[in-house]
Design a binder for this molecule. Structure first.
Ligand code: SF4
Ligand code: SF4
Ligand code: SF4
Length: 501
């Protein structure tokens, strides 16, 4: 008799008084959890296949369903936690690396939640954003060290290429392949409507999306998928991906099963082959090598587009950023260890890298100390969850933020962390036509525009309460921040005082 060591993590609870046996849940669950038992004319559920994505709960017409965490227990043990034991059972069965997706879910400190924002009182008046102008526009790119004038005293435009954003938020890199066509269309249309940018990730640019080029950042990753002259020409900026917060130090892997004809064409690889991007760029082993790629891309785009270098937040991130700032890159993007992904080895996702808040503060501090902060703009990502996270990031020294997971949640993602299976019930992290069509790009685009519009209102309210009327005045303004419940070292790295000081 086969013995099953792994108990289901979730249980499907069906209220049979409400269930009308319409079988909608059966048709909507790509994990094949629900079934009608024809012999007994009753709906049944295989709990072991449920990933807690809430699709069935949301579509059940009579609200008959709920998903609960199983209260099945192991004998209490403070060292051997149930999750650890289950993972060992799983590996003993499969012999494989544990895979997962989205960001690190472990209970490490979330520094955003340990930082408080200042408000003006009495001597420094607050500003009413409904009645007074608030400037949320910002520009990304290297800034000149000095103002230059011609012999007649007129200003010489010595400004390197810039990205202009209506507010300091962009959609982070998500490749066509890891997310669906409809998810990409939603992001591209929303970026254009909002006057911001979305990012192709390393999967190339589908020909249908060239029309959004003015709001597109294209990536050049170690696999060089889909990179050609037209791709670079189509974009507003080019991002070299050196690392990613969810899996620093390793490459990417999109299984051949996800490489259908459209994706194979966009990535310029044969249909059905695994798309494996190597861990390192095989032509980059030093800052000098990176500089060569930066200038090759500038040359290829006639010095008209900013070049971004994206790295993961790791222990010596400040020194790495200092090198990148001297490489000729215009923008550095840093991705924290809670950043999402379509697939990553679970051990790497959960144990490698550092929190973005600490990385950002230390990079900004280092670049200022070295007098090269103006060489580059800093864009950070890796779990920016709300308008307050944005404001805190800008005050800690970022010029703008990337949001990925928050954008996907706006599209309907329920953070089931199963993107790597390709069975996303919400039509986001899947290439199955019947699932992709569940995400209507018109609805997706509207929801993204709504989210960012709401955040814009909140950001201007927060700025107003601080007595600040422009994003430029907020940048690196750490006096506006105070720590709560942080130790001396954490406060020192963040460069902020404790609440009450
Ligand atoms: S969708 Fe709801 S009502 Fe329909 S079969 Fe499933 S549980 Fe029953
Ligand atoms: S996997 Fe999702 S759709 Fe399927 S039963 Fe679980 S919650 Fe419902
Ligand atoms: S994108 Fe889809 S599969 Fe991935 S976490 Fe969100 S709901 Fe789950």
């Amino acid at each position: 008799m086969p013995i099953n060591f792994i108990h289901p993590e979730y249980e499907v609870i069906r209220d049979f008084n409400k269930c009308i046996k319409c079988r909608v849940c059966e048709r909507q669950c790509s994990n094949e959890v629900h079934k009608l038992d024809p012999d007994h004319n009753i709906m049944t559920a295989d709990d072991s296949k449920c990933v807690c994505c809430h699709r069935c709960v949301s579509v059940c017409p009579t609200k008959a369903l709920k998903i609960v965490k199983s209260d099945h227990t192991f004998k209490t043990n403070s060292n051997w936690m149930p999750e650890t034991i289950t993972e060992i059972y799983r590996q003993a069965e499969s012999g494989g690396v544990l895979l997962s997706s989205m960001g690190n879910p472990k209970p490490f400190p979330v520094y955003w939640d340990k930082i408080l924002i200042n408000a003006s009182q009495v001597t420094n008046p607050s500003i009413d954003p409904l009645r007074e102008p608030m400037e949320t526009k910002t520009f990304l790119g290297a800034k000149p060290n000095k103002i230059e004038r011609d012999k007649d005293g007129r200003l010489i435009n010595n400004l390197p290429p810039q990205l202009e954003l209506t507010l300091p938020i962009m959609f982070s890199a998500m490749s066509y392949g890891s997310i669906s066509y409809n998810a990409h269309e939603s992001l591209a249309r929303a970026a254009r409507e909002l006057g911001i940018y979305y990012n192709t990730g390393e999967g190339g640019l589908h020909e249908d999306f060239y029309q959004y080029g003015a709001n597109t950042i294209v990536q050049v990753a170690s696999g060089r998928f889909g990179v050609h002259k037209g791709y670079l020409d189509a974009a507003a900026a080019v991002e070299i991906k050196m690392g990613q917060g969810a899996k620093p130090g390793i490459g990417g892997h999109l299984p051949g099963t996800k490489i259908g004809s459209d994706i194979s064409k966009t990535r310029m690889i044969p249909e059905g082959t695994d798309a494996i991007s190597p861990a390192p760029h095989h032509d980059i082993y030093s800052i000098e090598d990176l500089r060569q790629l930066v200038y090759s891309l500038k040359e290829a785009t006639e010095y008209k587009k900013p070049v971004i270098v994206k790295i993961a937040a790791v222990h010596n991130v400040a020194a790495i950023a200092s090198g990148i700032a001297r490489s000729g890159a215009d923008i550095i993007s840093i991705d924290g260890f809670r950043g999402g992904t379509g697939a990553a080895p679970t051990r790497i996702r959960d144990n490698v890298g550092i929190p973005i808040e600490l990385a950002l503060a230390s990079v900004d501090e280092r670049l200022r100390a070295e007098g090269i902060r103006g060489n580059v703009s800093l864009v950070i990502g890796g779990s920016v969850r709300s308008s307050t996270d944005v404001v805190k990031a800008i005050a800690l020294g970022a010029d703008a933020v990337y949001i990925g997971t928050a954008a996907l949640i706006a599209l309907g993602c329920h953070l089931c962390r199963s993107c790597h299976t390709g069975l996303c019930n919400w039509g986001i992290a899947t290439q199955k036509a019947e699932l992709v069509k569940r995400l209507n790009p018109e609805v997706g685009y509207t929801r993204l525009v709504n989210l960012i519009t709401a955040w814009r209102h909140e950001i201007t309210e927060l700025m107003g309460c601080m007595g600040i009327n422009s994003i430029e005045a907020l940048k690196g303004n750490r006096l506006m921040l105070r720590g709560i419940g942080l130790n001396e070292k954490e406060l020192e790295i963040l460069g902020i005082k404790h609440a009450g000081e």
